[in-house]
Structure formats: C-alpha cells, structure tokens
Design a protein around this ligand. Structure first.
Ligand code: UDP
Ligand code: MG
Length: 317
C-alpha cells in the first residue's frame, strides 16, 4: 500500500460550542469518502473561547485520534489562530475553513482535486449572498476596488479564508514574522499557482458573526496599510498638487500687482494674497510629509522583514 497523503484541516474556533458537533459531523462525512486515498488531521485552534468549546474539543479529540487542538490563553483573533494552525500542520496540503459551516466541508474534494492537478493555492470564492446588508456589501465592494487600485497583488471580490495550501506555500507562510497580519493578504503576496472554487456560502448555523462593521473597517484599513504604500504617499501627492496650484496663482497675483500694475482691474486684496501664500506653504509642508512617508515606508519594509524572494523548487543545489 503506497503511503497515503496527509491532509491537514485547520479550523479557528471562537465560541462555537453549538456549531462544533455539526461541523465535525459534516467534516467526517466528507473525509470518510476520501479515506481510501488520504489521511487527515484536523487541527482546531481554540481562540480563547469563553463558552464550552474547550470541552467539546476535548471530547472530539478523545473519540477521534485525528482531531487535535491548540488552546490559546485568550482571544487573539482569527488571523493569529490561522497562523498558529499553519505553524503546526504537517500535511502535504493544508485546508483552512471556518467552524460555523459557512464554508461547506462538502466541497473539500473539489479543493483536493484542484491541488492534485498542480494548483498550489486553491481559494474558495463566495458567490454573492443576499443575507449581507447593503452597507456591508458596499463596504466590501469599496475595499476590493481600492485594494485592486493600490495593492501590490491582485485579489478578487469574495475571496475567503476557505483555502487549500500546498505544503511549500505553508512553509513559506511560516517564515513571515510580521505581527499585524491578514493571512489572506500574506498568502496572496506569496504568489504560487492559484485557482478559484466558487461556492454558495452556507449560513452561519449558530451564534452570530464576531466581525461587526467597525471590525471589518479596521481589518480593511490594516489591509490597505500592510499591503500598499499608497496611503502614505497620498499626502505627498496632495502637497505637490496644492503647491503647484497655489504657486502658479501666487505668481500670477504678484506679477499682476507689482509688475503689470493690474491691467484688468482685478484688485486682489492683501488678505487674498496672504491666503494663497499660506496655502502654498501648507503644500510644501505636505510635500515634506510625503517625503518622510517614503522614509517610513522604507523602515516599515525593513521592520516587517518579509522574505526577499519566494522559492518554489530547487534542483541540484
Ligand atoms: N474566529 C476566531 N477568533 C475570533 C473570531 C472568529 O477564531 O476572534 C473564528 C470563528 O470561530 C469562525 C471563523 O473564525 O470559525 C470566522 O468567524 P466569523 O464567522 O465570526 O466571521 P465571518 O464569517 O463573519 O467572517
Ligand atoms: Mg462566519
């Protein structure tokens, strides 16, 4: 019997006591249909749940040796939970999915077959769901639009954390040392061969989402900031614009008054001229801010210490 490939499944858990049994049931139904070809390990990361999730996980792991878990001392957030899970996954392929059944385990075989065909990052993309309210929809639309404009890597609307990563990708992911992180963004940054699987999002079975609108806004901003230098440069660009405009205007006023002796009778008041001059100076200050931003950007690059390059394969080395 040739060795079966090991597939790790990582599930961040925060107060999901009601969902966990359902999730486990649904997951084991799927994995049992694949058992003749693959071994599985399921790593739950209990992200400081305050309900009975810990007991539920203990029971599950006692009855099924493939179930493992990590328990955080407090809530660190989903991104960190994913990071911890990826750090100890041993599989040749690693799947990440939510515990609330919004990411249907039934489609795991599709992820695996894409992976077997050579794709290194398989991304679940949620098809438009109607249960999101308008503000959220508009917000996510805006986020993806801006990200597309200013980000370094391409992302498409609806990408989720329902993903399968090849072990090479996981190995590279584990090299990231930056603290403020969005797992998705980092995985996108890594590159590798990517493909998408579209799925209709299931409804959260029990409890409600932990991400309120403000959390999403915060997540969005940290996404912009950690994946693009554009917000930093914006001040500088604005400064250039203001300086050029007020500079030209000021020059025109000066020449008009003192050189040509106001041939059109515009009679700019002294206050107006002062205002234009002040605006000119503000523009210069903004340009300086933009310059400082460039230095900060450099420092930031060095501090987050991202790998300089990412290798897929080496041969004869
Ligand atoms: N989660 C977590 N830590 C948190 C918040 C959420 O591990 O601080 C887990 C949660 O248990 C679920 C997944 O992350 O498995 C997605 O969370 P949620 O459904 O609240 O987010 P949404 O689906 O709205 O993005
Ligand atoms: Mg959810």
């Amino acid at each position: 019997m040739p060795d079966k490939k090991l597939i790790s499944i990582i599930v961040p858990v925060y107060n999901e006591e009601k969902n966990l049994p359902l999730f486990y049931q649904s997951l084991s139904k799927t994995t049992s249909s694949l058992e003749d070809r693959y071994d599985f390990e399921v790593i739950f990361v209990n992200d400081g749940s305050t309900d009975n999730s810990a007991e539920v996980l203990e029971k599950l792991s006692a009855s099924d040796s493939r179930v493992k878990y990590i328990e955080f001392s407090r809530n660190f957030g989903k991104e960190i939970a994913l990071t911890a899970g990826l750090g100890c996954a041993k599989g040749q392929a690693v799947l990440t999915l939510d515990a609330d059944l919004e990411h249907p385990p039934e489609i795991i075989p599709e992820f695996i077959s894409k992976w077997e065909s050579g794709i290194e990052v398989v991304i679940g993309v949620r098809e438009k769901s109607d249960d999101q309210n308008l503000v959220r929809k508009a917000g996510s639309w805006l986020f993806y639009k801006i990200m597309d404009l200013i980000g370094e890597t391409k992302i498409i609307s609806g990408e989720t954390d329902f993903r399968l990563l090849d072990q090479t990708v996981v190995r590279e992911f584990n090299r990231f040392t930056e603290k403020g992180r969005i797992a998705r963004g980092l995985i996108d940054w890594l590159g590798f061969k990517r493909d998408y699987i579209f799925f209709a999002a299931g409804k959260r079975k029990s409890g409600k989402t932990r991400y309120g609108f403000l959390d999403l806004v915060r997540l969005g901003f940290s996404g912009f900031i950690s994946h693009s230098l554009f917000p930093l440069r914006l001040a500088g660009y604005l400064g250039i614009l203001i300086t050029v405009f007020s500079g030209i205007l000021g020059l025109f006023m000066f020449l008009n008054k003192f050189v040509f002796r106001d041939p059109w009778g515009l009679a700019f008041s002294n206050v107006t001229m002062l205002a234009v001059f002040t605006t000119f100076l503000i523009g210069i200050v903004l340009i300086c801010l933009g310059l400082i931003a460039l230095y900060i950007a450099n420092i930031y690059q060095e501090v987050i210490n991202r790998p300089v390059y990412v290798i897929r394969k080496k041969k004869n080395l």
